[in-house]
Design a protein around this ligand. Structure first.
Ligand code: SF4
Ligand code: SF4
Length: 291
């Protein structure tokens, strides 16, 4: 695990509304009865708290351009002291290892603002302000399917012991390569933990105040219980993103059903029992050996 201060990016989740409903979405889009839209005061606090953060600040969703105050937010971000944009870098060719590219690029890029968008109408509506403000844009229209790892298959069903979980959690590839985040409910050491807190109406994150992101790993204890409900760090199946179904075990299915998840109502899930899970894990490992 890493402190947010050592991350290349810290995100601000301004909404979980999205035009898509991908399988195994990291924000669990499709399960919320009503999306959230961060308010402007919270956004200002979030931006101000990251004033001295030396790396990239990202705006993400859901689909951030769906936020009704998107331009107001972007103008504030651009005019803030963290918005020092010196150099543009456009990815013109496919790269074989996107994660490596992002990681290497961010370490050397002199850019500080990033936008994550799935290129919907909102993107084109705000085209001018986006391109005046974000030197780095991560655009993925999801027309080309990619693999999304299951996140809602926590350790109980696969039978992972306490010791194993601690080892896997501490080596979680998501926390080690992605970002900390700020949601309307506070700051989180991991973006998936922030989304789980939103989905299950958890206690919220750390207070968004200057230097919250300097916390070290030993200060994560109050948020680590989210890893108990998450399969981000486990060897679980992946699914093509535009399949739209989420893989989940009974432990997660039951509360989501009780909460009235629209995605469950539409039958967009694959129920994973222990037997099915073991079969899927073996298939995944065979596929990985072939490729
Ligand atoms: S586009 Fe991104 S945020 Fe939207 S559903 Fe797909 S994975 Fe989730
Ligand atoms: S297990 Fe899940 S919540 Fe925990 S660090 Fe990994 S992605 Fe985040």
């Amino acid at each position: 695990m890493r402190s947010p201060k050592d991350m290349g990016i810290i995100q601000i989740d301004i909404t979980n509304a999205c035009v898509h409903s991908c399988s195994n979405c990291t924000r669990f889009c499709g399960h919320h009865k009503k999306p959230f839209f961060m308010d402007f005061e919270t956004f200002k606090h979030a931006v101000d708290s990251l004033k001295d953060f030396p790396n990239m600040v990202g705006i993400i969703g859901g689909e951030p351009t769906l936020h009704p105050e998107f331009e107001k937010f972007v103008n504030y971000l651009r005019d803030s002291r963290i918005g020092v944009n010196k150099r543009y870098k456009i990815l013109r060719k496919p790269v074989s290892n996107m994660l490596k590219y992002i990681y290497t690029y961010l370490q050397h890029a002199d850019v500080k603002l990033g936008l994550w968008s799935s290129l919907n109408e909102g993107y084109y509506k705000h085209f001018e302000v986006i391109n005046d403000s974000f030197p780095t844009q991560f655009l993925n229209d999801h027309d080309i399917a990619c693999q999304h790892q299951a996140l809602l298959m926590p350790r109980k069903e696969p039978g992972i012991s306490d010791d194993e979980l601690i080892k896997k959690r501490d080596a979680c590839w998501i926390q080690n390569t992605w970002s900390a985040t700020i949601t309307p409910k506070g700051a989180f050491f991991c973006e998936v933990a922030g989304a789980l807190d939103m989905l299950f109406d958890g206690p919220g994150g750390w207070q968004v105040e200057p230097n919250w992101w300097k916390r070290s790993v030993k200060d994560f204890w109050d948020q680590l219980p989210w890893c108990e409900l998450c399969s981000g760090c486990l060897d679980v199946p992946q699914r093509i993103s535009n399949d739209e179904r989420d893989d989940m075990t009974p432990e997660i299915y039951d509360p989501l059903k009780r909460m009235g998840s629209p995605k469950i109502k539409r039958g967009k899930f694959v129920f994973m029992t222990r037997k099915l899970l073991i079969k899927a894990i073996i298939t995944r490992s065979q596929q990985e050996q072939i490729t």
